[in-house]
Design a protein around this ligand. Structure first.
Ligand SMILES: [Zn+2]
Length: 250
């Protein structure tokens, strides 16, 4: 048994029995972890108020080799995410970001980049960054860090440069030149979308916010990312379906 400590982002907490909770969290060095917080449901628990979704925390846990579930001994709040949890839209977006990491982040593996991505996206959101912009940036980068949906510089089929117009082949999740994507069933990708996909590779959210793309561009980016993600996961994220349905109702 060894004891470890790290900064972490809380992804999920589900109730276990009458008193405990199972908490999923993301660390930079050890990736995604799942642990039992004993007594976390009790009224005067030492975890009371600490296990807020998407909060940044300092967590200490014990783990045994060969066991998936660790035992959480201490959690201290570093940065609450209450600003994102105070309205319905923010709560839905928060669980959407968290579910990405539940699906895409690896357990017990160096996860410096995913950790920094989620951390910086949350930081920007808490500072008032446009939610639509932040969500699109985050989606693109989760796919990119997993080696899918690369920055569209050249056509993966013929190697010719992609300038201001391209086509999307859904079955391959590939952005190709218009020549290669000539079929009528192909989805066209226009200049503003290509521009945003490229800018997101070199600019951070603050820089993107200074010259934000049009709402229509972000909408098309959302559709593209959803399609690539569905192809990769073979299903849609539950939180995405819930978010779309709920926001359509209100
Ligand atoms: Zn081509």
């Amino acid at each position: 048994m060894r004891s470890l400590s790290a900064e972490a982002l809380l992804l999920d907490a589900i109730n276990l029995h009458e008193r405990d909770r199972i908490v999923s969290f993301l660390t930079a060095r050890w990736g995604k972890k799942r642990g039992v917080a004993r007594g976390a449901r009790a009224k005067y628990s030492r975890f009371a108020g600490q296990l807020q979704p998407l909060a940044k925390v300092a967590v200490t846990w014990f783990e045994k080799e060969g066991r998936d579930l660790v035992r959480i001994s201490d959690v201290e709040l570093v940065r609450p995410a209450s600003g994102l949890q105070s309205d319905l839209e923010g709560i839905l977006l928060g669980s959407y970001l968290a579910e990405h990491m539940m699906e895409f982040a690896q357990e017990n593996e160096d996860s410096e980049k995913p950790f920094r991505l989620l951390d910086s996206t949350l930081e920007a959101l808490l500072e008032g960054c446009d939610r639509n912009l932040a969500a699109r940036y985050f989606e693109i980068w989760v796919l990119r860090l997993n080696g899918i949906f690369p920055v569209p510089h050249e056509c993966p089929l013929c190697g010719s440069p992609i300038a201001d117009s391209a086509a999307f082949i859904e079955s391959e999740a590939a952005v190709v030149c218009r020549q290669c994507g000539g079929g009528a069933s192909r989805q066209r990708i226009g200049g503003p979308e290509l521009d945003f996909l490229r800018r997101s590779a070199r600019e951070n959210l603050e820089q993107l916010s200074e010259r934000p793309p049009a709402v229509g561009t972000l909408e098309r980016i959302e559709g593209l990312c959803a399609s690539v993600r569905r192809g990769f996961l073979q299903s849609e994220l539950k939180s995405y379906r819930v978010m779309k349905r709920t926001l359509a109702d209100v």
